[in-house]
Design a protein around this ligand. Structure first.
Ligand code: F6R
Length: 242
């Protein structure tokens, strides 16, 4: 694991967007897996700006959505799908047949997980996974206590996730379960970028990268990945190495 400290959220997001662009230039059929949420928002915005200016073609890339709230339709603006449509697919020329998002309304969520696992294998694995970290140390919906050996699965959401998650929704929304790629996917991805910015993430990132590697703090698994970069701003870095 490599740790990179950036002056601020903008510098961090610029670098994350540049890494995605560099990968797609090198490998036009790259398999990309992105998280949604506040952390990758600016990366996605800069990615679309840079891609349009540099004329980057995403039509052969595969897009994998990291996770989704079970029972929330894609038209709901709090859904991960809504985020991807608005922040990524509207601007970039991904081919719709190469976009793979969990259908969180499916009556057979186990099959959704199986389908996603197969898509990843059939496309040669994930080239780049870009993730954020929850206030409880989750990655995707890999909640505290999750096994490091799981691929896609349905998770009962932690109380922190259901309360913090309200920030994405216009009105109070009942959130119970998530459908998510597993930490085994993260371990098997060729490269992982884990992003965190702002004071509020400082304590959890300090524990994830300086404390014990434990499934009680899923983000700590990043240290087991040989080609991962933790990208943080100075607010997060302020708590490290004390
Ligand atoms: C969202 C996701 C979550 C978020 C995490 C941080 O697709 O997978 O794990 O990355 O909850 O959320 P933000 O970035 O909103 O602080």
């Amino acid at each position: 694991m490599q740790l990179t400290i950036f002056k601020d959220y903008n510098a961090l997001s610029q670098q994350a967007a540049d890494e995605i662009i560099a990968l797609v230039k090198r490998k036009p059929d790259a398999v990309l897996c992105l998280a949604s949420g506040s952390t990758p928002l600016l990366t996605c915005q800069l990615l679309t700006e840079k891609a349009l200016t540099q004329n980057i073609d995403f039509s052969r890339c595969i897009f994998i959505g990291l996770d989704e709230w079970v029972g929330i339709p894609p038209e709901n603006e709090g859904s991960c799908a809504f985020f991807f449509h608005n922040q990524v697919f509207k601007q970039l020329n991904f081919s719709s047949s190469r976009i793979h998002l969990f259908n969180a309304l499916s009556e057979n969520l186990a099959r959704e997980c199986e389908t996603m696992d197969n898509v990843i294998v059939e496309n040669g694995g994930i080239d780049l996974m870009l993730v954020g970290v929850g206030m409880n140390g989750h990655i995707g919906f890999n909640e505290p206590g999750v096994s490091f050996d799981l691929y896609a699965h349905v998770a009962k959401l932690d109380e922190t996730t259901t309360s913090v998650g309200q920030k994405y929704f216009r009105e109070a929304t009942e959130l119970r379960q998530g459908i998510t790629l597993g930490l085994k996917h993260l371990l098997e991805s060729k490269k992982v970028l884990m992003l965190a910015n702002g004071n509020k993430k400082a304590a959890i990132i300090q524990r994830a990268i300086e404390g014990e590697i434990t499934n009680q703090l899923p983000a700590s698994i990043i240290r087991r990945h040989p080609n991962s970069t933790v990208m943080i701003d100075e607010d997060v870095a302020a708590m490290l190495g004390r």
